[in-house]
Design a binder for this molecule. Structure first.
Ligand code: IPE
Ligand code: IPE
Ligand code: MG
Length: 253
């Protein structure tokens, strides 16, 4: 007892500033900068992706411990197919490796593993592992972890428009019933609250086709840190900053 360090770490310091009663319900992260992180270290890009998976482990754990309800991670966009096929393969393999290696731990931590995006367009092995992880964790009551895979905001809206038009033509939906709530119900995120906080590391200040409909009133938080270097204290700082923002949703205070 006598020798216990009495000064809190930087991490504990930031953590203590978070108001647990005002947590964002839904945090969404554009995990970016793996390639540049690796380049800076003279390593192949794929090593950056591998290091990025470590960050996922830590950040998911931190969100879960904190009591965040929804965490959406942008892992692979509908545009990322443009990358060299060997990089795409590594990303798909890492997904399988992550799910296989982490599902028990996630389950132990009461996390539900879900996916959003055009999952049918992923390699079969990825689809199988996602399904297995979901089946194992679906009855948990903790953090809902949404992996955005083969996800594009415009693609999602296009699919919703098609489905609505099809339901209108079959007489299931009347044109007069089409409102914002109905449109939301046709999106991958139909059963989640809109994200309150969007985090993008790596020094890029754009959305890159992520949750375009859902982020209308999300608070945006940027950082120059590359994703493999992103730590729980970066997350805590983002939440502290979020809690100090004034959200008006078009109204006045
Ligand atoms: C993010 O890192 C991972 C994916 C998009 C899959 P990047 O691979 O985009 O890294 P940078 O932007 O090239 O540094
Ligand atoms: C956004 O990052 C997509 C993901 C993180 C999966 P990208 O690196 O693909 O996007 P741009 O090229 O910077 O817009
Ligand atoms: Mg990038």
């Amino acid at each position: 007892m006598f020798f216990k360090k009495n000064r809190p770490s930087v991490e504990e310091n930031i953590l203590s500033k978070i108001d647990k009663n005002k947590l964002p319900a839904h945090i969404a992260i554009i995990m970016d900068g793996n390639g540049r992180w690796a380049k800076k270290k003279n390593m192949p890009r794929t090593m950056g992706h591998r290091a990025g998976v470590e960050t996922i482990r830590e950040i998911v754990k931190a969100c879960s411990k904190l009591g965040i309800k929804y965490l959406t991670l942008y892992a692979f966009s509908t545009e990322n197919w443009k990358r060299p096929s060997d990089e795409v393969s590594v990303l798909m393999n890492l997904l399988v490796e992550y799910l296989r290696g982490e599902v028990n731990e996630l389950h132990k931590n009461n996390v539900v593993v879900r996916a959003i995006g055009d999952i049918g367009g992923l390699p079969q092995i990825c689809q199988d592992e996602l399904k297995r992880a979901y089946e194992k964790t679906k009855n948990n009551s903790g953090l809902k972890l949404n992996l955005a895979l083969n996800y594009g905001g415009r693609d999602e809206i296009k699919k919703a428009v098609k489905a609505i038009v099809s339901d209108v033509s079959e007489g299931k939906v009347a044109i007069g019933d089409i409102d914002e709530k109905l449109i939301s119900s046709y999106l991958y995120t139909s059963d989640m609250p809109d994200p309150d906080l969007i985090i993008r590391p790596s020094g890029e200040y754009r959305i890159s086709n992520f949750l375009l409909w859902q982020i209308a009133y999300a608070e945006l938080w940027f950082s120059d840190v590359y994703w493999p270097d992103f730590k729980p204290d970066n997350l805590y700082q983002a939440i502290v900053d979020f809690q100090n923002r004034d959200r008006r949703f078009g109204g006045i205070k």
